[in-house]
Ligand binder design. Sequence first.
Ligand code: NAD
Length: 343
Amino acid sequence: MNTNTKHRVLVTGGAGFIGSHTLVELIAAGFDVVAVDNFSNSDDTCLRGVEQITGQKIPFENVDCCDFAAMESVFQRYDFDSIIHFAAFKAVGESVEMPLKYYRNNLMSFINVLELMKKYNRNNIVFSSSATVYGETDVLPVTEETPRMPAISSYGNTKQICEDILRDTVASSSVKGIALRYFNPIGAHPSALIGELPRGVPNNLVPFITQTASGIRECLSVFGNDYPTPDGSCIRDYIDVVDLAKAHVAAITRMVEGKNKQNYEIFNVGTGKGTSVLELVEMFQRVNNLKLNYKIAPRRQGDVVSIYADTSLANNELGWKAERSLEDTLVSAWKWEQYIRRK
Ligand SMILES: NC(=O)c1ccc[n+]([C@@H]2O[C@H](COP(=O)([O-])OP(=O)(O)OC[C@H]3O[C@@H](n4cnc5c(N)ncnc54)[C@H](O)[C@@H]3O)[C@@H](O)[C@H]2O)c1
């Protein structure tokens, strides 16, 4: 950052997977931070890791963003003008079984943050959106202009609704907002001191792969090998978590420096490259020199066949580009898994 005084950023969900990596990149870029989390899907492992990597004590508040009074106290006690809002539940399958849990947490936490921004004149917010907002699209690659399709899960619906809440709040106030639509975040910090720490059975492919490799899971299921893709498995856009964290720094900097073209903007954050599940499994085995126990299972309901991003808008406007190779990302994921099992 090119300003003389340090700019502080509030990071909600800062103890989580993407939040912790973003704390590291914010500090590296010269920002001060304050993190909030209620540890509903994390513990203090990654916060301690962030402190080890940065050599700094991270100001932290154990607060539920749905608790308006507790959040208000954070706004009163810390001076910050920018917020990155990660705090949300994210398990797609669980959201279908427990929609109210997801609507309550993901909407209330966000509404509270926006209300408090208005009340305390805080200006900039980055919201964690998701490629799930595109639903079952057949437009490839997807651009930010690709129409959102009806959400397939309650989780996906919370992301669509939150985007709309942000759009309307920006239109009626001085708040500026950027929604980043993440594709499939994977990997870990090269230090292996922070990474993804799923509770229970992982929902996402890479933690399932690493847990299978370390023997916690017996066998990885690849859901479907008869899709209309070159090898029959689904295709996704896997974005390295450190690259993703840097996109947040670029988005905050854009607003702080007044370079945003509109007060509400949306950017896809992916690599622009589709990789099939079977390709990813093969690459994981090759780069880490190990053998995975996996089987082909029937297709899973709700899986989109293929989705990957057109990232030109983020490349041109944010000056951001995914840099880390998929090979390096998969090495880091395995290194993190081994570190966390030793702990
Ligand atoms: N990981 C992905 O695949 C992915 C993809 C697209 C979008 N996202 C979004 O990115 C954000 C971060 O995801 P992540 O992968 O780091 O998940 P995560 O679960 O590791 O991190 C979220 C953090 O928020 C905290 N949290 C949840 N509700 C809270 C509340 N009410 N108050 C305070 N803290 C709360 C959790 O304890 C957790 O530490 C989420 O909004 C998620 O929906 C994630």
